[in-house]
Design a protein around this ligand. Sequence first.
Ligand code: ASP
Length: 413
Amino acid sequence: MHRKLQPIAIPNAIPNEIPARHSSSRLAQSPVRLTSLLAGMLAGLLISLLSLAVPCYGQNSTEVQSTNVQSTELTCTVTESQPNPTTSNQPRWTIAIHGGAGGDLDRWTPAQRQIRLEGLAKALRTGTQLLEKSAKAIDVVEAVVRVLEDDPNFNAGRGAVLNEIGEHSLDASLMDGSDLSCGAVANVRKSRNPISLARAVRDKTPHVFLVGEEADAFGIQCQLPTEESQYFKTQEQIESWNEWKKRQANKPQATSRFDHDRGQDRLFYLGTVGCVAMDTQGNLAAATSTGGLLGKKYGRIGDTPIIGAGTYANNSTLAVSCTGVGELFIRNHIASAISSRMEFLKESLRDAARHAIEKTLPKDSGGVICVDAQGNIETIYNTPIMARGQANSEGLFRVGLADFAGPDDSSQR
Ligand code: ASP
């Protein structure tokens, strides 16, 4: 089903919980309470009817574009499959993906936007099909990120941005929230799917993190596919790098730390990919993969492969995948900070995620996708746009860039 909705002001507070009901004994004691209860029930019915008419906000899914600021008005074009008739004992699952945060959507042609939306929908569908078959969250997040790594339109695997010497170098990590097992790789240049190399580190070594040529060599030992550098370097990224190089030549301080996220360069860090999922057993997992930042220093590693900075999963709190200016996410250990706020301060997923993006990080630094063990989804970013998608067992299925807009693919599911 493809449905166009009128512009909707995204509220800054979407209640996740229904207020507790009055008990029947108190009801019997007070006719005034009876009247107010009936009024409350009517109001509840009205809210339910309204939520059916506005499916842009699925239950348990909230979405905030946060610029430390105002509530945002977005035009939503919702891509969704028909909600499944849900029974109480139906196994529940939830998934969210991202394709990077950044700025200035206007620099993409409609065709370039469409191709990215289709890429997101394809990856999300891979995840939903696995979750419907009760696949484990850790297998789902790896499979989804592989699809996005293979897609040349995202900054991960094939299509990665190029560093200061015009080469690609890839970072990835994943984590299983059921036992905190995790794997990470950085600065790899040969492994076709860095996320599967990270998975091999988790599965086949006693370690967490391998880097560089040695990590690629380990992938070869594990018989994971490799590629030559031409496979990873797409024409689009070569052109982006050439433009970046020209701009750098005109700058007196070409090594300034955040040249990449200023002005013309801002769009170019869009494209990192990530996936978080809750499977039918209630287990959580997260995975993130990137080519990093355009023009990054040779040897630089961002937050993506750093457990607790760019990726984290813990069944008792959440699964989170980050995207944005990695140095800021590392300094503020954003992924584990959200988990710690939930664990120690007993904050909700929503409050903890908002704190990280609105209060800890400066504007224009990036965003996160999160799910918790109750199946709530939280997407929040403080950049102008973030490519993303969400789906769950109740029939939510949507992808978007600046807004939730996408091809009508319900017939392909
Ligand atoms: N966080 C990634 C990095 O700094 C880049 C991104 O998410 O776009 O390497």
